[in-house]
Ligand binder design. Structure first.
Ligand SMILES: *Cc1c(COP(=O)(O)O)cnc(C)c1O
Length: 373
């Protein structure tokens, strides 16, 4: 039996690569809040060209702490088409999510829809660099400035992405990356908050460690979001490979687009010219009437051929049970709903062999030909 081609395949170091450092961590007796955490934070800040990187134990906790430390109240505008964690960070802080639609081509939050959703209660915009494709940062920054509200990015997918020569991580008041195994930079579990605001960075460092002043007094609503030394070590190893990872994923994406664009009924996420996507995921949109098969049926057919795919993010936020149970406002989200119903992610990872990509494309082509009417 042929093994399945998985949707993701994390690029991890060998045990031999880690052995000396693990021994050194154990010898130091400092398995959390230690040297590797500091090393990782400095290395990430240097890589992204930023003064501050604050590591935490997940992106979700990072987003929760950013909202808490910016002292936000009222409403936060979020895109409908994203992973649930974007919104859970808002709900945990007791704020009201205001859900708006996304751009039909880039799949990222639509700045015009954001501006139309602003009310006197709006505290911030929480945008997402979806699948690694940067959001429209310039337009969002203008809107945030004009309305004196905060701008936060859920950058879970976007480590290594850029707009011109500027790395994602440098935009808005703060950005939060994920270092979980389905993302590009992998620490096992973990998150990274980046900001240019020194006061905010200091607050975040205290907040991830219960929010204390260091004298027995606690003045920030914190929690334990510390990254262990082992996770920091994995992150450091992964950071060394990130440039190659982004370059290779872009190569894979070009191969997919080259081979699939001749098939009727398939289209792709639009990446503007000045943008480099990190390609956390590669997605296709399936137009059933032209392709001959629905997205769900294509997924089933591919699975029969042992090719694993995903349907990120279906259902989108406004249709999630946890959202319906909460207090929220949703504007018209028909574009997001349409993307969610027709999108399919194909296998993508940092060392994916182009031969596998060609086999996947060939398989999709034959499925289309078989079902053409
Ligand atoms: C993965 C993901 C998160 C959560 O990251 P964790 O590190 O697992 O908490 C948040 N937002 C988006 C868009 C994600 O895909």
């Amino acid at each position: 039996m042929k093994l399945i081609t998985p949707i993701v395949n994390p690029d991890l170091p060998t045990f031999g690569d880690l052995e000396k450092d693990i021994q050194s961590i154990l010898n130091s007796k400092q398995i959390t809040k230690g040297r590797y955490l500091q090393k990782l934070e400095r290395a990430i800040a240097r890589y992204l060209g930023l003064p501050h990187a604050v590591c935490v134990s997940s992106c979700t906790l990072g987003l929760m702490l950013v909202i808490q430390c910016l002292d936000l109240h009222g409403e936060i505008i979020v895109p409908d088409f994203t992973f649930i964690a974007t919104l859970e960070a808002v709900l945990w802080n007791g704020l009201t999510p205001v859900i708006v639609d996304v751009d039909p081509d880039s799949f990222t939050i639509d700045p015009q829809k954001v501006e139309a959703a602003i009310t006197p209660r709006t505290a911030a915009i929480l945008a997402v660099h979806l699948f690694g494709n940067p959001a429209n940062c310039a337009a969002l920054q203008k809107i945030a400035r004009r309305h004196t509200i905060k701008l936060i990015f859920d950058s879970a997918h976007a480590f290594g992405a850029r707009i011109d020569d500027r790395c994602i991580g440098n935009f808005g008041d703060a950005e939060v990356f994920s270092m979980s195994p389905t993302k590009l930079l992998i620490a096992g579990e973990g998150g990274v908050i980046t900001t240019r605001d020194t006061h905010l960075a200091e607050k975040l460092m205290r907040a991830r460690d219960y929010g204390g002043r260091g004298n027995g007094e606690y003045d920030i609503l914190g929690l334990n979001a510390r990254l262990t030394e082992y996770n920091a070590l994995l992150g450091l190893k992964s950071l060394r490979r990130i440039k190659k990872a982004v370059a290779h994923r872009n190569k894979v994406a070009r191969a997919y687009i080259h081979n699939l664009s001749t098939i009727p009924g398939l289209s792709f996420q639009y990446i503007p010219d000045a943008y480099i996507s990190a390609y956390k995921d590669f997605s296709i949109l399936v137009d059933e009437s032209l392709f001959g098969l629905s997205r769900d049926d294509l997924q089933k057919e591919l699975l029969k051929k042992k090719i694993e795919t995903r349907r990120y993010f279906d259902p989108p936020l406004h249709a999630q049970p946890i959202v319906k149970k909460s207090s929220f406002r949703a504007h018209d989200v028909s574009i997001s709903q349409n993307i969610a119903s027709n999108i399919l992610q194909l296998p993508m990872w940092s060392t994916l062999d182009l031969k596998i990509v060609h086999t996947i494309c060939y398989t999709i082509k034959s499925i289309h030909q078989k079902h053409q009417r």
